[in-house]
Design a protein around this ligand. Sequence first.
Ligand SMILES: [Zn+2]
Length: 238
Amino acid sequence: MLFRTLREQVVAANLELVSQGLVLYTFGNASGISRTDAVVAIKPSGVPYGELTPDQIVLTDLDGKVIDSNLRPSSDLPTHLELYRHFPNIGGVAHTHSQQATAWAQAQRPIPCLGTTHADYFHGPVPVTAPLDADAIGRDYEKETGSAICRTFAHLDPDAVPAVLVAGHGPFTWGADPAAAAHHAVVLEYVARMATATLAINADARPLDRFLHDKHFFRKHGPTAYYGQATGLRASNQ
Ligand SMILES: [Zn+2]
């Protein structure tokens, strides 16, 4: 089997979305990329998660041409490809319709950073895309969704904010590998749920002060990070 490890990582990331309660039926998908080979591995379209095996994971090139599979890739593949093309450091992408993050996407409101849990993972609000117009949707809906995400990050660092809310649709997250992308999807849902609760308790709750936000983000990320262990654990791990 070609790219066995990458395929196994992609299966594990997809199953993590399910085990964390982020996926209903076959909604959602996770993918990974081998940058050295420019090969993307993604969940097949419509296959139930309970039956997902590494050999069913579809391999494509960065133009979406299937390299090794009889199954069709997830219909969201063109969105994943746009992210891989424009965000050069990412190695995995996850997409869900998880309830709280999707509610913020439907409300078309960025998730403000109201506490340190958010600040540990996302350096700033989690942004929301502009809605797609009818032309874009008719032209190439899934690719245009990716383009809308990339436009949202024209002045944002995707490595510092590894998540976005697609207006009226739901979240996409990414990370260094498929596991990190799924991990960020889980944390995003938790952060979204807490933001909803915080604003229900106090509609005037203010975003975290910038210095506290920076303190939490930079103690886990970048050259001054000191949180956790230095022996290869991902910076985003608790
Ligand atoms: Zn979707």
